[in-house]
Design a binder for this molecule. Structure first.
Ligand SMILES: *Cc1c(COP(=O)(O)O)cnc(C)c1O
Length: 391
């Protein structure tokens, strides 16, 4: 069809530079090993930290919900699409996060968009870490609030931004709890101290911290002992929780406001029963099976030590997200392709997901991996790394 030549030329340029990608479909369920192109490979690319995507208890909860409540909900939450199970999940999440209330959105992405776009006006200012997730950036774009971006985890620069923001009605600092591409944890205690000094609100996006850090995976706020001092906690139900969705845990006032003004909440249909029931079951699993998080951290230490020992540049991560930083975009994709050929699925990640010159292969181990599987993966990293003269 004619009309898209202007897009095709950009795609052709990507092909020339070796950065054009095709989607890689899985032919099995998500797990420590997956089937790709008919071959079993070790999965190191998913966000399935605790193996909950295919946990027997979640499968069962989803199946029972379909049997009893059907496949869909037929409405947005505010009209006819709130079932008792939606309320139950939100009560569970609020209790889990030690907050007054919680509200579920369709995804983590729409949660950030919905929260930021609805609670700020042109009288306010949002102060954002330079490496925050795209959904935070897009949420900020949708507000009329003033914007300030501080250098990544640079507390002096954050303080400068706060000093420049004294005349606004509301100052809100927004940060990822764990940065998704580098795996480092935000310096939340310092951020909260500065917020209190300058009378600012704090919003933390714990997409990669929920189910990973804090007591039973409550996230970075709990990990740092800051319960009650962070105003807005965003989480996703799509990563460690293993299903789909996002939520905000906060005060009753904020949640009531979002029920009336949060646009994705108001204008997009609620989660189907299977999704909602499986998410609730996942929270129960977090509370009842803490050994999953212990295994996750044992595997993290084992795999990071192994990569380090082989001489890869693994950045400054202190979570299960471990980047292998190569810099060159084409090389990252080449390395990823070679790893897949030898039996490891670890995706290359390049611009616009990370800055130009910082392309990488990103890995995430899960609680499900065995030490043998991780050793096999390290051997494959070594072989592919030597062939491409990375190490
Ligand atoms: C993945 C991610 C999201 C989006 O969550 P989804 O539920 O996948 O939409 C939001 N914020 C951060 C920091 C993320 O890593």
């Amino acid at each position: 069809m004619k009309g898209f030549e202007y897009l095709q030329s950009e795609l052709d340029e990507m092909k020339k530079q070796g950065t054009f990608r095709t989607l890689i479909p899985l032919e099995s369920d998500q797990g420590a090993k997956v089937i790709i192109n008919g071959k079993e490979v070790i999965q190191l690319s998913s966000n399935n930290y605790l193996g909950l995507t295919s946990h027997p208890r979640l499968r069962k909860a989803a199946l029972e919900a379909v049997e009893n409540f059907g496949a869909g909900t037929g409405s947005v939450r505010t009209i006819a699409g709130t079932f008792t199970m939606h309320k139950e999940l939100e009560e569970k999440l609020a209790e889990f996060k030690h907050t007054e209330a919680a509200l579920v959105f369709q995804s983590g992405f729409t949660t950030n968009q919905g929260v930021l776009s609805s609670i700020l006006t042109k009288e306010d200012v949002v102060i954002s870490d330079a490496l925050n997730h795209a959904s935070i950036i897009d949420g900020i774009r949708l507000t009329k609030a003033a914007r300030k971006v501080y250098n990544h985890v640079d507390m002096a620069d954050l303080e400068r931004a706060l000093q420049e923001s004294k005349d606004f009605r509301v100052r809100i600092i927004v940060t990822d709890g764990v940065f998704s591409m580098d795996g480092n944890i935000a310096p939340l205690p310092e951020i909260v101290d500065l917020a209190e000094k300058y009378d600012a609100l704090v919003m933390v996006d714990d997409a990669h911290a929920s189910g990973v850090l804090g007591e039973n995976g409550r996230g970075t706020v709990n990990h740092f002992g800051l319960d009650g001092r962070v105003h807005i906690q965003v989480g996703t139900l799509s990563k460690a929780i293993g299903v789909l969705g996002g939520y905000v845990a906060s005060s009753r006032t904020l949640i009531d406001y979002l029920i009336h003004r949060g646009r994705p909440f108001l204008f997009s249909t609620s989660h189907p029963p299977a999704v909602t029931a499986a998410c609730s079951e996942a929270i129960r699993v977090l509370l009842e099976e803490p050994h999953l998080i212990e295994r996750l951290w044992e595997n993290t230490t084992f795999f990071k030590d192994g990569l380090n020992h082989l001489g890869f540049n693994i950045g400054k991560s202190n979570t299960p997200i471990t980047p292998v930083i190569l810099g060159d975009e084409a090389l990252s994709h080449q390395f990823s392709d070679k790893l897949l050929e030898y039996g490891v699925f670890a995706q290359g990640i390049a611009f616009p997901t990370v800055a130009k010159g910082l392309a990488r292969v990103r890995t995430i181990v899960t609680a499900e991996h065995t030490e043998d599987q991780l050793q096999e993966a390290l051997d494959i990293f070594e072989k592919a790394g030597r062939e491409l003269q990375i190490i």
